[in-house]
Design a protein around this ligand. Structure first.
Ligand code: MRU
Length: 329
């Protein structure tokens, strides 16, 4: 059965609590914008399109409570900095508010959710054309149903290829430090019986050198106007490795992830998360007290390392400023 990452029940937002996966399936109920902002910050819901959808419902919840909305917009905008879908969704809710009033916001949030699912299916169709029968596909982080309203971006392409009868298999990088690959991507693939092999991130180059990988496909948190892509930390390393081994490196992202106000990737704000994600996990600690830690959650892959970008309008090969401008028009 398809996983429901976000659901709208009796005018409440229910979020599948991704912190608990793969051990438990539990939903967290949000009644106001503050709950949603906290859930985004705490990684109950994560992945660029899913964060955007959740934020839209945060505004809708606050409108249903009859509250003034400026504080809710500010609160949600501060929840996470890198995925531009958050700001895109808030902007869209702001426009709906200005044009049609607070009464229109519930319907607008539901439209954003439905459209995201349809966009992922369209992207899946376009992207599946890039996937050959028998392809061994490496992916990083989780760009699946859990990161979107459903179907997924990178995993959506894989699902669509499978639906077309292609025998695909997935190599999921575990994605240190937060383990979205091990916990979420592997879970989604196992549930659907798509063959999946889990590796630690530092095994990627070895597998490529032994010709055990045919292509890499990932999602994105923000695409700059020149085609540079911010995605989960470690994506840039994979793109360099893919180039070295002559492997195609694909990015699947909806147009809501494109930020035409940013000239190139150097301007993309990169979230720096807490040291505890690097020094341990779920209460276990493996680093000495006093050690200095860095924990950038995303990195930027320059556009010239990207073979093609897949979006709902089609496939853009060798993405650059002109190609991105054509797509975004
Ligand atoms: O920190 P996360 O889990 O929110 O990061 C998610 C990613 O980096 C995804 O690859 C990206 O948002 C694309 S999801 C379709």
């Amino acid at each position: 059965m398809a996983v429901e990452t976000l659901r709208w029940r009796e005018r409440r937002l229910e979020l599948l609590d991704q912190r608990l996966l793969p051990e438990r399936i539990e939903y967290l109920e949000c009644r106001r914008a503050l709950d949603v902002a906290q859930a985004i910050r705490d990684m109950v819901v994560r992945g660029a399109p899913a964060i955007g959808c959740a934020a839209a419902f945060g505004i809708a919840l606050e409108a249903l409570r009859g509250e003034t909305l400026d504080a809710a917009f500010d609160l949600l905008a501060e929840s996470r900095p890198t995925a531009v879908n958050l700001f895109w969704a808030l902007e869209r809710m702001r426009k709906a508010l200005d044009a049609r009033g607070a009464g229109a916001l519930e319907a607008e949030a539901l439209d954003i959710l439905r459209e995201d699912l349809a966009i992922n299916r369209a992207m899946g169709q376009h992207g599946a054309a890039l996937i050959k029968d028998g392809a061994r596909i490496m992916t990083h982080c989780n760009a699946g149903a859990l990161a979107t309203a459903g179907h997924g971006t990178a995993l959506g392409v894989i699902r669509s290829a499978r639906d077309q009868g292609k025998r695909v298999s997935v190599i999921a990088n575990e994605t240190r430090p937060y383990l979205q690959g091990a916990r979420l991507t592997a879970w989604e693939m196992v549930r659907e019986k798509i063959p999946v092999t889990l590796i630690t991130d530092n095994m990627a180059g070895h597998l490529m050198s032994r010709r055990e990988v045919d292509l890499v496909i990932v999602g994105a948190d923000r695409v700059a106007a020149n085609g540079d892509v911010a995605n989960k930390i470690g994506t840039f390393t994979l793109a360099v490795l893919a180039q070295r081994h002559g492997l195609p490196f694909y990015v699947a992202a909806p147009l809501s992830t494109f930020d035409m106000s940013i000239a190139d990737g150097s301007e993309i704000p990169i979230e720096e998360r807490g040291a505890d994600e690097v020094t341990g996990y779920r209460g276990m600690n493996w680093a000495p007290q006093g050690v200095l830690v860095r924990n950038p959650a995303f990195d930027v892959t320059p556009h010239d390392l990207i073979t093609a970008l897949v979006c709902e309008k089609g496939v853009l090969r060798d993405p650059d400023r002109e190609g991105i401008a054509r797509l975004a028009r």
